[in-house]
Ligand binder design. Structure first.
Ligand SMILES: Cc1cc2nc3c(=O)[nH]c(=O)nc-3n(C[C@H](O)[C@H](O)[C@H](O)COP(=O)(O)O)c2cc1C
Length: 210
């Protein structure tokens, strides 16, 4: 039995392609894995706080030296990290915003990439001091984009800071098994959008069956 963490980050509701596809993914997953459990987190419509100065002070103060105020400053971060650690599988919806991720999803990443909880620094090892602390998780990311051609070597490939960035940020904390499903052409013809949605649906069906 596995535990899923389902995260959406589009601010849109029913019009959101990423949100619709993560919902379809999780529904299909639950049909084939009826005993698996799911936690839902919506950072698009209920954003998490940005990192601020008390957060930084708390994150870099050892556990046994934190005041109640410092513990409070990282309470949400601890909650999000506990939620992440509890998950075996992540299903995440991420729109492309200005060639990267929405700021709400960046705020989420800033809350979960934390020294001592999701990564460590080994000062003895100058050549490779950063160590991920998470292991064995599988991540599926459904992206949604207005245009297309963001793959390596394609016309907008050099402008794509979305999936390459997500691989780096989640890889840094140990989540390296990441599969992407892209829905493209939201800003283009309804035929090209429909074809992209159909291809994404077929890919999701294959991934869930596998
Ligand atoms: C603020 C903003 C920035 C966007 N930037 C890009 C972009 O850089 N590249 C792109 O292809 N589409 C861009 N789009 C289009 C969205 O990626 C597209 O509408 C996508 O379907 C949004 O995800 P959603 O359907 O899950 O809400 C942008 C949309 C908004 C609102």
């Amino acid at each position: 039995m596995a535990h899923l963490l389902h995260i959406d980050s589009s601010p849109r509701g029913d019009r959101s392609h990423s949100r619709r596809m993560t919902r379809e993914f999780v529904a299909a997953w639950q049909q084939t894995h009826p005993n698996d459990t799911v936690t839902y987190r919506d950072v698009g419509r209920q954003p998490v706080p940005h990192v601020d100065e008390p957060w930084i002070a708390a994150a870099y103060t050892p556990d046994d030296q934190r005041t109640p105020e410092l513990w409070e400053a990282i309470r949400v971060s601890d909650q999000l990290i506990d939620e992440l650690i509890a998950a075996d599988v992540l299903v995440v919806g991420v729109p492309m915003y200005n060639f990267s991720v929405p700021s709400t999803f960046k705020a989420y990443i800033d809350q979960i990439v934390r020294l001592g909880r999701t990564f460590a620094i080994d000062y003895e090892n100058e050549a490779d001091p950063y160590k991920p602390l998470l292991h064995g998780k599988k991540m599926f990311v459904i992206t949604a984009r207005g245009a297309s051609g963001f793959g390596p070597g394609e016309r907008y490939g050099h402008m794509n800071h979305q999936d390459p960035y997500l691989r780096v940020a989640f890889g840094f904390i140990g989540i390296t098994d990441i599969t992407f499903v892209h829905i493209e052409n939201d800003e283009h013809s309804s035929e090209s959008l429909a074809a992209s949605i159909a291809a994404a649906q077929a890919q999701v069906a294959e991934l869930v069956a596998a």
